[in-house]
Design a protein around this ligand. Structure first.
Ligand SMILES: Nc1ncnc2c1ncn2[C@@H]1O[C@H](COP(=O)(O)OP(=O)(O)OP(=O)(O)O)[C@@H](O)[C@H]1O
Ligand SMILES: [Mg+2]
Length: 241
């Protein structure tokens, strides 16, 4: 079932056309990889969907509703590249804040489960300014998970996480998918994309170069059976001479 529709999205920053004419549809129960070289427009696309940047043109619909309506916004969660936490709030106070903002009931048990899974339980009452980079990322992920949105927009979540946390996050994303949630995952880790994603969207210089399964990407590039996603990615995003 369609849950997010991006149509002819454009975002210009003065002279830079960061996103040129991007369209795609996300369905429930799928993990979609957003991949592309540095500066391709991935973060800009995600921020436009979240309404954190004003789009220059285009249409974004969440379950058929404009993405800027409250009801649409409640269906979205964003895990940014570098988490914005309140330095003077503790880990637990962040979770409490989310619970208040979204009027959540019986959230404590779930919050404790996530803190345990991410080895963060000892830091429950620590101020966020005193956390390591990866720990901050884990708090930001836990905040996003807590309010049970329909769609997760996840920008480079693995950077800074240790191997155990990466595995926890991957398992979490897979179980969200099983629950019928939708995940748009921007990543440079192509093996992660290959492991997790049903569909990949390859962007370059603000445009979508490819959208489909990795199998379809192989067919399109008439690639060998055993070509890696890395080889295909480099082929699709190479500069024309
Ligand atoms: N606030 C801004 N002001 C001006 N230009 C911007 C701004 N944000 C992004 N850009 C430009 O938009 C283009 C796309 O940037 P964006 O951050 O979306 O790329 P990305 O695909 O997320 O790259 P990366 O893989 O490095 O995270 C770049 O050319 C960048 O310089
Ligand atoms: Mg980015």
């Amino acid at each position: 079932m369609e849950i997010l529709r991006v149509e002819n999205l454009q975002k210009r920053f003065k002279k830079t056309e960061a996103v040129k004419d991007v369209s795609f549809v996300l369905n429930s129960g799928e993990i979609v990889g957003l991949i592309g070289p540095n500066g391709a427009g991935k973060t800009t696309t995600i921020k436009c969907i979240m309404g954190l940047l004003n789009k220059t043109a285009g249409d974004i619909k969440v379950a058929g509703q404009d993405h800027l309506y409250d009801e649409a916004r409640e269906k979205l969660a964003y895990i940014p590249e570098s988490p914005d936490l309140y330095p003077m709030l503790t880990v637990w106070e962040h979770l409490k804040f989310i619970a208040l903002a979204y009027e959540l009931k019986d959230w404590e048990g779930k919050a404790l489960n996530y803190l345990n899974a991410f080895d963060l339980i000892e830091k429950k009452d620590e101020l966020c300014k005193n956390l390591s980079k990866g720990m901050k990322q884990k708090v930001s992920i836990t905040c996003a998970l807590l309010h049970e949105p329909q769609i997760f927009l996840v920008d480079e979540p693995m950077i800074g996480l240790d191997p155990k946390a990466i595995r926890e996050l991957k398992n979490t994303l897979l179980s969200l998918k099983k629950e019928g949630k939708t995940i748009l995952l921007s990543t440079h880790l192509l093996d992660t994309a290959e492991d997790l994603c049903d569909v990949v969207i390859v962007m370059k210089k603000g445009e979508v170069m490819f959208e489909g399964t990795i199998e379809e990407l192989k067919t399109m590039m008439s690639a060998e059976e055993n070509s890696s996603l890395e080889e295909l990615f480099l082929e699709v995003t190479k500069d024309d001479e």
